[in-house]
Design a protein around this ligand. Structure first.
Ligand code: DUC
Ligand code: ZN
Ligand code: ZN
Length: 477
């Protein structure tokens, strides 16, 4: 009896990459793709894809897991439940954030975050840094050393009192990104405008969840987006604007691209599928579930985001999963109270639904091609953060992180999901597809019915240098 040629062969796959879709068998050995072709030799294990679409496993390059919060608030997902949910939703790599608290060393933040991940992650993970206190020690010593060790991206906040940097500090941090070849992600909202509007709303007694959106209108995002672009232009370094929510920010990014500036952009499911009305049409508290920043806008803005996904304006499609329970004392009702919108933890669940939402409504809805789906959900995020070609593609030598898609209609319920959050913003939506199988380094972690990971099998990935070129987009918003 001859030996098998591969550990695993996936037969009759409709293989989709960011550039092509073709029919092939996929040979896997040692957790990597070792051959693509027809009539491959025998595998120790064989899976018949039966002509179904096979994409690279998703790379969710913007999610928050077990990030320390001010008590009593606590994130519902840790690395165990968060990466379990990711795998069941077709994501095989996550990049959450090691956040520096003001006064804390960046090193200590990274060490703490490794402890939270180790022994818990079911899929591979890398870290972005959040720089909230750019002291000379951080700028000159810690950040350069951490970049060299594989933490090659960091997020800069222009809002949130405990995280935000002023323009001078942003310039300092961008300068480090330029010198050491890191990727700077920017949360672009004008903090002063938000505070001014919030105080006025509070003085008028307008404190229900829906007023969160009134305190953060598009203008606030547009101004900060423009300022972030200007600051990056001054330093002459690429930036990546995260969670772009609508037209006016998109216009700023198109303008920058037209100037030849390297400005990348990310958007998220909540800006395609939710509107400000999901925060409430009256003063009831239910809308607290969908309080996130920037807030969802309206139908017209959803169209602008769809167009930007299709025409190359957006580089990445991430979840911004920020998991908070609605009930209980640690989430949307801190201490069990229905609080003023200012005190509602920002963020919603999305790590498990990101891929299926875009596949269903984008690919099967005829809004984007399958290749564009792969580019936005896997290939570009891997390139942006220096994980490509090991992650984010189907190619010889790449990790065998793969999803076989089941195209079938079903009604989404939170009870079907594997995160530890008590709600999904997409409850009751009809989806047209879900991962029928997720492989992480050649191992089945989700078979369409059951989860098969085990805590601790996920490995830390040191990131390399970002390798992404912006697409010129000539269309207007
Ligand atoms: N906004 C953020 O900036 N981060 C987490 C979630 C959110 O809504
Ligand atoms: Zn943010
Ligand atoms: Zn975020």
């Amino acid at each position: 009896m001859s030996h098998a040629s591969f550990d695993l062969v996936i037969r009759n796959a409709r293989v989709a990459t960011a550039s092509d879709t073709f029919s092939a068998d996929i040979g896997v050995s040692g957790g990597r793709i070792t051959q693509l072709g027809t009539d491959l030799g025998r595998g120790e294990r064989e899976i018949d894809a039966a002509g179904r679409v096979v994409t690279p496993g998703g790379v969710d390059a913007h999610c928050h897991l077990d990030q320390p919060m001010a008590p009593p608030v606590r994130m519902a997902d840790n690395f165990d439940t968060g990466t379990r949910a990711a795998a069941c939703g077709g994501t095989t790599t996550v990049i959450p954030f090691a956040a520096q608290e003001k006064g804390q060393s960046l090193r200590a933040a990274v060490a703490d975050y490794h402890q939270r991940a180790e022994g818990r992650a079911h899929i591979d993970y890398a870290f972005h840094l959040i720089v909230s206190d750019p002291t000379p020690q951080v700028l000159n010593v810690e950040l350069p050393a951490l970049i060299a060790e594989g933490y090659t991206s960091f997020k800069i906040y222009m809002t949130y009192d405990d995280l935000k940097l002023d323009d001078g500090q942003i310039l300092d941090v961008l300068d480090v990104a330029r010198t050491h070849g890191a990727m700077a992600m920017v949360h672009a909202e004008n903090a002063e405008c938000i505070e001014w509007l919030t105080k006025r709303l509070e003085a008028a007694g307008r404190t229900a969840p829906r007023f969160h959106a009134h305190a953060r209108p598009m203008l606030v995002e547009r101004e900060a987006t423009h300022r972030a672009i200007a600051l990056s232009q001054l330093v002459d370094v690429p930036i990546l604007i995260v969670h772009v929510s609508g037209r006016e920010a998109v216009e700023q990014i198109r303008w920058a691209r037209g100037q030849g500036l390297k400005v990348f952009a990310e958007t998220c499911p909540q800006y395609l599928f939710l509107t400000a009305e999901d925060l409430g049409i009256d003063d009831s508290y239910q809308g607290a579930r969908c309080v996130c920043s920037p807030p969802p806008r309206d139908k017209a803005n959803q169209e602008v985001i769809w167009n930007g996904l299709n025409d190359g304006l957006f580089t990445l499609f991430s979840s911004d999963h920020a998991p908070f329970n609605y009930d209980g004392t640690e989430g949307k009702k801190p201490g069990g109270e229905e609080v003023e919108f200012r005190h509602i933890p920002n963020g919603l669940a999305g790590i498990e639904t990101r891929m299926a939402l875009l596949y269903s409504e984008g690919v099967l809805g005829g809004r984007i091609t399958l290749e564009k789906f792969v580019e936005l959900t896997a290939t570009n995020p891997a390139k942006a953060y220096g994980l490509h070609p090991r992650k984010g593609t189907i190619a010889i030598g790449a990790d065998a992180d793969l999803v076989i898609w089941d195209e079938r209609e079903f009604v989404l319920r939170n009870t079907q999901l594997h995160h530890a959050v008590d709600n999904t913003p997409y409850e009751g939506m009809t989806l047209k597809a879900w991962p029928g199988l997720t492989l992480s380094r050649g191992e089945v972690v989700w078979d369409g019915r059951e989860f098969h990971g085990h805590a601790g099998r996920g490995r830390f990935l040191a990131c390399g240098t970002p390798s992404l070129q912006p697409r010129q987009s000539g269309r207007s918003a």
